[in-house]
Design a protein around this ligand. Structure first.
Ligand code: ASN
Length: 302
């Protein structure tokens, strides 16, 4: 039987910080030529993800809607209409109970998801670094004292962030490298060139056919993964090939494939977890303290 859980107490100041993060990040993107689009909550297509979660779909007449796991495909289609877009996208990922105490997982969370037509990975790294600096400067000005009272490490991140190659880190530190490096670090850093088997089919395969032109951002002080993103595959044949390597079902992604056939532009982008960023800034034990109505894996709550 599922455990029914009371929602954790969330501090007012944490909600103010979270609200300010969203406001300042949105303004930064608008100043840089982005427009905000509305999020998609249900669709016949959603991110297949690289790890399995419980099914979250709704039957509708004789069809089926999935609850959004990420808006990746919609972002790729949206940049046909406007070259720089962002959205605050609610994601539903029904993670299993073992993710309860990672500190980083909720089954409902929000990504600031952005995508840029014709962009390269480096463009996104620079954009995000500048976004972080602007957001942290603004937070420092408005909430610096409050934040420092619970987070002695709070500081404006120094850019450019270090870039760590996934395979080099794996070789040096073993399979737990991400946690080890996150604990050692005092500044956020990029993990780049992630091996093909570690990610979904939509991130672009780079030169040697083994690693992708993609990235994660990792927070320091053990806070772990913050962001994932990359350059995207946009050519129909390559997408089919990548799906076949991953064993993705073509039928369930037919709506996407039909659009790809008509043509989608090259693009790159990423998604920034809002609750994780709030947790990092406020130095919170668990991401469930970073929003109201948080839903922790393995339980039911309001
Ligand atoms: N938002 C991510 C991206 O843009 C995808 C994800 O969340 N799985 O790459």
């Amino acid at each position: 039987m599922v455990n029914v859980q009371e929602s954790p107490k969330v501090k007012r100041e944490v909600l103010e910080v979270s609200s300010e993060i969203m406001s300042e990040a949105g303004q930064f993107l608008r100043r840089n030529g982005f427009i905000e689009i509305l999020p998609v909550i249900i669709s016949p297509i959603t991110d297949p993800l690289n790890h399995s979660v419980l099914d979250a779909s709704i039957n509708y007449y004789d069809g089926q809607y999935s609850l959004t796991k990420s808006m990746i495909f919609h972002k790729q289609l949206a940049v046909r209409v406007f070259p720089k877009i962002f959205t605050f996208s609610p994601n539903i990922r029904l993670e299993t109970e073992d993710k309860k105490s990672t500190g980083r997982h909720l089954i409902e969370f929000t990504q600031l998801d952005l995508e840029v037509k014709d962009a390269k990975r480096d463009d996104i790294l620079t954009l995000v670094e500048n976004l972080f600096v602007e957001v942290f400067k603004d937070l420092d000005k408005k909430f610096g004292k409050i934040i420092r009272s619970t987070n002695p490490h709070f500081s404006i991140p120094k850019i450019p962030f270090e870039r760590v190659r996934y395979l080099e880190a794996l070789e040096k530190y073993g399979s737990d490298f991400e946690a080890i490096l996150s604990k050692q670090a005092t500044e956020p850093f990029w993990l780049i060139d992630i091996p093909i088997e570690e990610r979904e089919f939509y991130d672009r395969l780079d030169g040697d056919g083994k690693v992708l032109a993609d990235m994660d951002l990792i927070y320091p002080y053990g806070f772990g993964e913050a962001i994932s993103g990359g350059e995207r595959e946009h050519e129909y044949e390559k997408i089919l090939y990548r799906m076949s390597l991953k064993g993705n079902d073509q039928k369930s992604l037919k709506w996407y494939l039909d659009e790809v056939k008509k043509g989608i532009p090259p693009s790159a982008g990423c998604g920034i977890g809002i609750e994780r960023l709030t947790r990092f800034v406020c130095n919170l034990r668990h991401v469930s303290e970073a929003r109201l109505f948080a839903k922790v894996p393995g339980s039911l709550s309001i």
